[in-house]
Design a binder for this molecule. Structure first.
Ligand SMILES: Nc1ncnc2c1ncn2[C@@H]1O[C@H](COP(=O)(O)OP(=O)(O)OP(=O)(O)O)[C@@H](O)[C@H]1O
Length: 308
């Protein structure tokens, strides 16, 4: 059995389990090539290792900045069981990923519309089962995005904290991984641990770093150099500097008002920084489409672990 066939049958088994429809392996959309005339969706996973470094803040504000620039954007809250994007944006979901997995709704039914047309897929909160999803269920969530009638320009995935299979799977399946780091020893060590696992075990070789809660661009670049230096020395990865978001009280105030700072105060320091980050994303060009190989790789891991 070749790799593509192996992937296809594995995904079919997953889809059958979760009641989804199946398509050929070459038609997977989450970071994978879709046949013309469907437009291509760029999947960006936002990760960080340590909790509290600003992954959700970056995901929400970057997503909304892209939406404000006229792009169609879906934001997937992949922090299963501890979801909070809907709370941050004052949205009230009636269904979540759990309903998708038990077959009681499809991916389209989960989409909530926030300001500027930003679409959100809520993960559900306070449910232990969601916090303990297996690899097969994560794969089924990824696979479900193939059923979207109108793929967005960007799919942003706010991953969980830590170095779990959840994070690894979403990061490995994405076209780009944005690593959010702040100037704390634990943030740097946890970010390094995540880079190590994603590169060594899942073949992710390129990362883009956002320095969050820094005072200025100079501090952000120093932070990037610190991490890039250890990566150069010990890991086979490229860590590109994507930009920075300053420590900004306006951002906290916006969160208390259940809004994105880019929506409420676009000309604040953080609001402008997110606009710049969105501008950077716009210059990335065509994704390299490595997701299919990585997913196949991941699926083999999952198969070995669960004895499919
Ligand atoms: N640039 C910033 N300036 C000021 N406060 C910030 C900034 N970025 C994030 N914060 C604050 O830091 C806190 C943690 O942010 P956030 O929830 O986005 O982190 P996280 O990495 O998603 O955490 P977790 O993994 O635990 O969900 C929030 O209270 C947020 O308001």
């Amino acid at each position: 059995m070749n790799q593509a066939m192996g992937l296809e049958s594995m995904l079919r088994a997953l889809a059958d389990r979760h009641g989804a429809t199946t398509k050929p392996a070459h038609d997977q959309a989450f970071g994978l090539a879709s046949p013309a005339p469907q437009k291509r969706c760029r999947a960006i996973a936002v990760a960080g290792g340590k909790g509290g470094v600003g992954k959700t803040t970056v995901s929400v504000n970057l997503g909304m900045s892209l939406a404000m620039a006229g792009h169609e954007v879906i934001l997937l809250d992949a922090d299963m069981g501890l979801a909070n994007i809907d709370v941050l944006l004052g949205l009230t979901p009636t269904r979540h990923i759990g309903h998708l997995l038990d077959g009681s709704c499809g991916i389209e039914d989960l989409l909530l519309t926030g300001p500027h047309g930003l679409k959100v897929v809520p993960a559900g909160s306070g449910t232990r089962r969601l916090a303990q999803l297996g690899n097969g269920e994560h794969a089924a969530v990824i696979r479900a995005f193939d059923d979207l009638m109108m793929p967005p320009d960007y799919l942003l995935v706010d991953t969980a904290a830590g170095v779990s299979d959840n994070v690894a799977m979403f990061a490995a399946a994405a076209d780009d991984v944005v690593l959010v780091v702040c100037d704390e020893p634990a943030s740097l060590t946890d970010a390094y641990a995540l880079l190590k696992v994603l590169s060594r075990d899942f073949g992710v070789r390129r990362f883009r770093m956002v320095a969050n809660m820094v005072r200025n661009i100079g501090e952000a670049r120093v932070l990037h150099q610190k991490l890039a230096r250890v990566c150069d020395r010990f890991l086979d990865v490229a860590l590109e500097f994507m930009g920075h978001v300053p420590q900004d009280e306006r951002l906290r105030q916006a969160i208390r008002r259940q809004s994105a700072v880019v929506d409420l105060w676009p000309s604040s320091r953080s609001g402008q920084a997110f606009k710049q980050l969105a501008g950077a994303v716009d210059t990335w060009g065509e994704p390299e489409r490595l997701g299919l190989d990585r997913i196949a790789f991941f699926s083999r891991h999952a198969a070995a672990a669960t004895g499919w």
